[in-house]
Design a protein around this ligand. Structure first.
Ligand SMILES: Nc1nc2c(c(=O)[nH]1)N[C@H]1C(S)=C(S)[C@@H](COP(=O)(O)O)O[C@H]1N2
Ligand SMILES: [Mo]
Length: 511
């Protein structure tokens, strides 16, 4: 074959490839329309697979550097993969249809193939019809356009109309799916609003005292422009989120249950209603991710409502050989740590006075005070009392994030007015508490004590700090450092987030 025929053939194949690609996109869109952003969305299991198979260094980079962008790239790759596979399927169907001179073959093959692929990936027989329908519709339309064009016999068929038709249909399907998919998505991440918790089923706590606590927390915050308050708002999606999956699990509270298993006298299990009827408390608690940058924003505080986890664990009569426990979740996440850490831990179902949002573990999450956020397992469904130590999800990937948090003072605000400089931030030291924050305006030579907000009502809460001074007239280095409740100064030794959390003093140049 000479180069010319090769080029001609390639050009002739282009419309088919383009229609195939459009069909692939329509499959993803149709799946979103049917399933919303849930584990039944065809790209969800692929994204999960990718994030488990990618090399640890890539995942680590995604977490510590890219943050949620990494999650979006992961999802985008999954979407591209699914669209490509469906695309190849659709293109093959088109070629086969022409070969057999059968107009039904392309759409049928594409539809059935896409449906099978989606069922294989998601396990959802019915919802997979969305993906199948989207892909088949695009292919069917392309075939019809081509048939009409061939039928008119007035000009040569170059496939241009076919591609335009398929392209237009994918736009329509995409727009419709966008709207439908959003409606199908339960409690859209942290952004959707969760219903109020109310008085009933949260024994010992009530809605009005929660509102009073929240109000107090909001009022006690320093009013520093651009800086988060003392209580992180959840509804706007301000509360950070770290998940192993791009798509969060959807758990129905009526089907949810939590079991205490493993080295126990008797296994026990509770449903949602029963858990809500157990004695409950409200308390502020701060969460911080071991994978965040030193001056990062993966540190937030909410008012949580829940039941002491040990009330449930003790019913089972734990007899651990290692005094250690594994918490497991609906998203196949698991973390292991010493049982002692559960002493003051909660099974939380309320956040800032509302039901726990899906993004933060609805219906129930663990909340382990003083430790890095990773052991506060969301969507929890099993407390396994262990005989022997084992590694958790992140520890299998080289992290050491099950221990107590490092002490930190962040600098998240600086402003100037009339020759005065104001700097501020949050300081956090887990259950040790913050005793003092000091600020240097000369790169660490001399230190001054910052103002602190009163501690919130809780055993594991951050505080805000603020310091004002006269601008020295030239560029200078502001440094902040905290002292914890045991009188220990924040470590000056610099360390990356990996493997045991960021360390060092935060500094910032003020001009
Ligand atoms: N089931 C489950 N629980 C989880 C995670 C997860 O991916 N799956 N991420 C953990 C990590 S690394 C952190 S820092 C916190 C974050 O909680 P948030 O998303 O509510 O802020 O949840 C932890 N619990
Ligand atoms: Mo984390």
């Amino acid at each position: 074959m000479n180069a010319d025929t090769l080029t001609t053939r390639t050009l002739a194949a282009l419309p088919t490839a383009a229609v195939g690609l459009f069909a692939g996109i329509a499959a993803v869109a149709g799946s979103y329309a049917a399933a919303g952003f849930t584990p039944s969305f065809v790209a969800a299991p692929v994204a999960g697979f990718l994030s488990r198979q990618l090399p640890d260094v890539v995942i680590r980079y995604a977490i510590t550097v890219l943050g949620s962008l990494g999650q979006q790239l992961n999802l985008l790759s999954a979407v591209a993969l699914v669209a490509t596979v469906v695309g190849v399927l659709a293109a093959s169907g088109l070629v086969l249809g022409r070969h057999l001179n059968n107009r039904a073959v392309p759409a049928v093959l594409t539809g059935v193939g896409t449906w099978a692929l989606s069922v294989l990936l998601t396990g959802s027989v019915l919802l997979s019809l969305g993906a199948a329908g989207g892909a088949a519709a695009v292919v069917a339309l392309a075939v019809v356009v081509r048939t009409v064009e061939v039928g008119s016999e007035s000009r040569t068929v170059d496939g241009r109309r076919e591609v335009v038709g398929a392209g237009l249909s994918v736009l329509g399907i995409g727009a419709t799916s966008y709207v439908l998919g959003q409606q199908r998505t339960p409690g859209k991440g942290a952004v959707g609003s969760s219903p109020a918790l109310g008085d009933s089923g949260a024994n010992g706590t009530d809605a009005s005292s929660r509102q009073a606590l929240l109000q107090q927390g909001r009022e006690e915050a320093f009013d520093l422009g651009g800086m988060d308050g003392l209580v992180t708002e959840v509804e706007g999606g301000d509360f950070y989120q770290v998940d192993i999956n791009a798509v969060d699990p959807t758990v129905d509270e009526s089907e949810w249950s939590l079991s205490v298993t493993g080295a126990v006298e008797t296994e026990v299990s509770v449903g949602y209603e029963e858990l809500r009827s157990m004695p409950a408390t409200d308390r502020f608690e701060t969460l911080r991710c071991v994978g965040e940058q030193l001056n990062g924003h993966k540190m937030d505080t909410a008012l949580w409502t829940g039941t002491p986890i040990m009330d449930l664990v003790e019913r089972a009569g734990p007899q651990s050989g290692c005094e250690c426990v594994m918490l497991r979740a609906e998203d196949d996440y698991f973390e292991e740590f010493p049982m002692a850490a559960l002493e003051d831990a909660l099974l939380a179902y309320g956040m800032n006075g509302n039901q726990l949002p899906r993004a933060h573990g609805y219906p129930v999450r663990a909340l382990v005070p003083g430790h890095w956020g990773e052991i506060s397992v969301k969507w929890i469904d099993e407390i396994e009392i262990l005989e022997r130590e084992a590694d958790g999800y992140w520890e299998q990937r080289g992290w050491h994030g099950t221990g107590p948090v490092n002490t930190v003072a962040k600098i998240h605000h600086d402003s100037q007015q009339d020759g005065r400089v104001t700097v501020g931030g949050h300081a956090y030291a887990g259950t040790r508490g913050i005793q003092q924050v000091e600020v240097s305006t000369d790169g660490g030579s001399t230190w001054n004590e910052a103002d602190l907000t009163p501690p919130l009502d809780g055993i594991d809460v951050w505080r805000q700090w603020r310091y004002e001074y006269d601008h020295p007239g030239s560029s200078h280095e502001v440094v902040a450092r905290a002292t914890d409740g045991n009188g220990r100064l924040q470590s000056r030794e610099e360390a990356d987030p990996f493997p045991s959390g960021p360390s060092g003093w935060v500094s910032k140049t003020i001009n």
